[in-house]
Design a protein around this ligand. Sequence first.
Ligand SMILES: [Ca+2]
Ligand SMILES: [Ca+2]
Ligand SMILES: [Ca+2]
Length: 391
Amino acid sequence: MKRLLLTTLLATLLTQLSFAQTEENCFASSTTILTLVTDHYGHEISWTLTGSGTVIASGACYPNNTTITETFELPDGEYTFTIYDSYGDGICCDYGEGSYTLENGGEEITSGGEYGNEETFTFCIDTEGVVMGCTDPTAHNYNPEANQDDGSCETCSDGILNGDEIEIDCGGMLCEPCNDCLSDPITTLVLRTDYYAYETSWAIIQEGGATVASGNGYANNTIYTIDLPLISGNYEFIIADTYGDGICCAYGSGYYTLSNGNTTIASGGAFTYREVTSFCIDADMPRLAGGRTSTTPTEKSEKVPITELDFNGMDFRIFPNPAQDELNLDLSLLKDIQNIHVVTATGKVVRTINPKDTKSAIDISQLDAGIYFVTIATTKGVLNQKFIKAK
Ligand SMILES: [Ca+2]
Ligand SMILES: [Ca+2]
Ligand SMILES: [Ca+2]
């Protein structure tokens, strides 16, 4: 009587235990994978997978020391996997490192190798309510509906340009901004001046407003190469032309190129008063002897050979315009000047300027306000420039 009671109790307990284990051992993917690594006695190994009391898959007679993979597409239900060894010493570890692993959706169902005659495991497949997708909330393609990750997540750390990333794993809505700073410690400005080099100047302004490098007072038709060691930071490069006609192309083929390593930051020449380009540097400064760093620009220049000059026209300039008291002339492009006059709109000469004395400004303070012309006669012809005398 006592014995019977104990047996009944034990049976009840076992049933409950078994039930609990089954619930716990449910897996959500319909795909189950068996990986079997055989030992030195592969022919001793066999296995079965049963569902609803029938064997739905099995294997036996394996070669030694081999990895075998079996994939099962299992409908919802309860299954039992059993692995056998005909010699009764399992597949590990006296005669090789055999093992078996059963997995489902990346989760291990069971695994082993050190068993006797057999080892068995019962599990269930329950795919109901399973939504496959990316379950990582930080991923570009996060699916809030998904409750089973399918390995499709595209993230800011996968080393692939995906989602709305601008570059690999940066930019876009979710990832850190891309570091598009330039990394060469030397930034180089190449400047070719035109026929009015005195109009040209440039500056590099660091974030915060400090001018870290600048240049002006250049010679005409000369190529300058200026190496600028810039420390890490955000900068603006400004190139300016006081006349407002840039450095190309009416009065010579001026240009500028700002580069860092092999990267061109900005280039041009056909601008008006100024051109501004932002850039940033993230670089270690080159070390000089003694551990010091140099941030001093170095400059070298070469005159453009005269045969390269492409300017064929002749012209002169007056400035400022309108003018009030003084009018300046720039006659650097003219040759063989015969005479220079300031005339009214009706052709009346109000000033005569000595061609040898054009460095100083023309005094126009006594002229009535209105429209005037500067006319210059050369051996090639007469040139005119209109200006306004301001009140
Ligand atoms: Ca064995
Ligand atoms: Ca990515
Ligand atoms: Ca200019």
